[in-house]
Design a protein around this ligand. Structure first.
Ligand code: ATP
Ligand code: CA
Length: 170
């Protein structure tokens, strides 16, 4: 599956604006994201990612492929549920992967049209908004909708950098 995603800095008052556009609050999640580096290739260079995400309702293992275009941060994504994240990390480490970074954040999610809007409060970085849609091979429509929503929120500029890259820049 393709995760169609655009991201921008979230200005104050963004959540009121989302509600004003008809967005509905879905919930709040706390994420502990563990990123792994591969012994086979440099994920920072290949623009891939391997991550264990721990949240209140359980953990997930996700692989992200390289970004698919130059405007958004859309990628192919594969995710499975993990019932024991500590064992999962031991498996990855035993196989030669190693923990490269940890990102913590609070994510408030809203539903708007077919999109999920995530307002992220990232530890050490501040607030961001992501507009996410799920696409298949033909994801041009979803991309247009995601960029449209960002524009309706008055946020023209989309950031293509990951939280990891933004943290590294500080
Ligand atoms: P999601 O959208 O799945 O909820 P997120 O919003 O928390 O994730 P993002 O910044 O959108 O986080 O995505 C994680 C990013 O981390 C990916 O873009 C990936 O390319 C990047 N990344 C992973 N490992 C490394 C690494 N070792 N060095 C630099 N960047 C990395
Ligand atoms: Ca994201």
């Amino acid at each position: 599956m393709i995760e169609v995603e655009v991201k921008a800095r979230a200005p104050p008052g963004i959540e009121e604006k989302i509600l004003g556009l008809g967005g509905e609050l879905m919930g709040v999640e706390n994420h502990l994201d563990l990123y792994f580096s591969s012994p086979f290739r440099d994920f920072a260079r290949t623009d891939e990612a391997l991550r264990i995400r721990v949240k209140e309702v359980g953990a997930r293992l996700t692989y992200k492929g390289p970004k698919l275009d130059s405007e958004t941060k859309s990628r192919r994504e594969l995710t499975v549920r993990v019932d024991d994240p500590i064992a999962m990390e031991s498996i990855l480490e035993s196989a030669g992967f190693s923990r490269a970074a940890v990102v913590k954040k609070k994510r408030t999610k809203y539903a708007l049209s077919d999109a999920v809007l995530a307002v992220d409060d990232v530890e050490g970085l501040g607030s961001f908004i992501e507009v996410e849609l799920t696409g298949d091979e033909n994801w041009e429509d979803q991309k247009r909708l995601a960029l449209d929503i960002l524009a309706k929120l008055g946020l023209g500029v989309s950031i293509r950098k990951s939280y990891l890259e933004l943290l590294a820049e500080r």
